[in-house]
Design a binder for this molecule. Structure first.
Ligand code: FE2
Length: 266
């Protein structure tokens, strides 16, 4: 299905691709068109489950973030993200044509939300099953300030061999600079509304806490994960029947794969 892009860009530049390979991520500040950012935000905020959660925050009966995985209740824009021409161009330029849609998530984090420590998202990285790559599009519809639930990354950390010893702490202490071929250090991001971060799932990343006194009522975050063709990853989602029914051949290709299930790795 081809449709008008939700983004201001049509594809990555050569410098973007370099950043992806060297840093393990590409940062796109304010990359949604204004119209797409507004419509997607509205679509999400109108969801009944989100409305219920917002009301519960206001009533003081809920203090935790709203989180759903997979995020299947997608409207026109949410659905369009899956094979937006810009997203497709990014994936093809970084991992080639042979990839699948893996899964998605949606999160609204209120003030007081705890930090997420450094980790990698690659769920089949350190176990016995075949190793897949996975690339993730992280969308920050209302942005974030440094010190306020901001994303931090260690550029280049995806290049360090995945051993149990290779922790973020040791990387930041300089122990893996030689292996990575660069100085590994923390990069604290700060992004305006409508931003996107495209990451290699193997890059070490973390999220700082959202202070109780944060001026932002919630940080709005959604994510789509794509994986190279092959066996399921942890969380590879079931594709809703309705998605399949409406899908053209290109979309079908993204969706025709096994989902993660009990015993699928046995
Ligand atoms: Fe993560």
């Amino acid at each position: 299905m081809s449709h008008e892009s939700l983004f201001r860009k049509s594809g990555p530049t050569a410098a973007d691709i370099d950043a992806f390979h060297n840093d393990g991520c590409i940062v796109y500040p304010d990359v949604f068109t204004d119209a797409a950012r507004e419509e997607l935000t509205e679509e999400i905020l109108e969801l009944e489950a989100v409305q219920d959660h917002l009301r519960a925050w206001a009533a003081g009966t809920e203090e935790h973030r709203y989180f759903v995985r997979p995020w299947n209740d997608r409207g026109r824009c949410g659905d369009g993200l899956i094979d937006d021409p810009f997203v497709t161009a990014l994936l093809r330029a970084t991992i080639g044509d042979d990839y699948h849609f893996c899964h998605s998530a949606l999160a609204l984090a209120p003030p007081g939300t705890q930090a997420t420590p450094y980790h990698q998202d690659h769920h089949h990285w350190k176990h016995d099953n075949p190793s897949n790559r996975a690339e993730r599009e992280r969308y920050y519809l209302n942005g974030f300030r440094a010190g306020d639930h901001n994303l931090t990354v260690i550029p280049g950390s995806h290049r360090v061999a995945p051993t149990a010893e290779a922790t973020a702490e040791r990387m930041l202490a300089g122990e893996y600079d030689v292996e990575a071929g660069r100085r590994l250090e923390e990069r604290r991001l700060e992004l305006p509304p409508g931003s996107m971060v495209y990451i290699n799932a193997r890059i070490f990343h973390a999220v700082e806490a959202k202070p109780a006194a944060s001026p932002q009522a919630y940080r709005l975050f959604n994510i789509d994960i794509f994986k190279q063709a092959g066996p399921p990853h942890r969380y590879t989602q079931e594709i809703p029947q309705s998605w399949m029914q409406g899908a053209g051949p290109e979309r079908r290709k993204l969706f025709e794969r096994k989902a993660d299930s009990e015993g699928c790795w046995a």
